[in-house]
Design a protein around this ligand. Structure first.
Ligand SMILES: [Zn+2]
Length: 227
């Protein structure tokens, strides 16, 4: 009985989820699990004029907040935790129509977020195209003899979002000569030399790079040449 006699002081109405069901002191109905304590006297929700409310379990903070906002009458439901010697919030009682309105508001929010994500994705796609174009132009500026199609491939590869490749790094974004050259070197290594096969054969990366360094240098010289 001690657990029932000391509900926590709170503003607003508090309904107790009784550890042991009790009979209502007023209508003698029950035993019921949800009780309103008025000066230690348990009353069922009907007698406490809360019988028309529906229970919304805790967990969805936004939905709970909105349901209470929408509800002209609401109550917090608590249960005594014996082990922790304290009341814990289980959820709220709100008007059914209020809960429905709150759910609609949350769904509307989700829809707003979904549309914003779609807009962001479209904007990023446009940015990617612009970035790839600019990157390809920069490759052709530094390597005039690099075929246009190849420059585009390298730029597209370098600008793949979230890939962590050079094009996405801060340096790549700024399209410094170093970043652009690194992207070109990476491409030459993988496309124009047996670098990948050397790695697959178990050769250490530094050794593989040393073995193909001449080929890479020659290709860069060739692409840097003008006229
Ligand atoms: Zn009653």
């Amino acid at each position: 009985m001690a657990a029932l006699a000391t509900p926590p002081p709170r503003t607003g109405l508090v309904v107790v989820q009784a550890l042991r069901k009790k009979h209502c002191a007023e209508c003698r109905g029950g035993p019921v699990g949800l009780l309103m304590l008025e000066e230690g006297v348990p009353r069922c929700l009907d007698c406490a004029d809360l019988g028309h409310l529906v229970f919304l379990p805790r967990g969805d903070t936004a939905l709970t907040r909105r349901a209470r906002e929408e509800s002209s009458l609401s109550a917090v439901v608590v249960r005594f935790n014996r082990r922790k010697s304290r009341y814990e919030r289980q959820g709220v009682l709100v008007e059914e129509a209020a809960l429905a309105r709150a759910e609609e508001r949350c769904l509307a929010d989700a829809e707003v977020r979904r549309r914003r994500r779609a807009r962001d994705a479209r904007r990023r796609a446009v940015e990617d195209v612009r970035f790839t174009d600019a990157f390809a132009t920069e490759i052709r500026r530094l390597f005039p003899a690099c075929p246009a199609e190849r420059a585009r491939e390298i730029a597209a590869h370098a600008s793949l979002r979230g890939s962590g490749r050079v094009g996405r790094s801060a340096a790549g974004r700024a399209m410094t000569e170093v970043a652009v050259t690194s992207a070109v070197i990476a491409s030459v290594r993988h496309v124009d030399t047996p670098y990948d096969q050397l790695l697959m054969s178990g050769l250490a990366r530094y050794a593989a790079r040393r073995r193909i360094a001449g080929v890479v240098e020659a290709r860069l010289r060739e692409w840097r040449a003008t006229g």
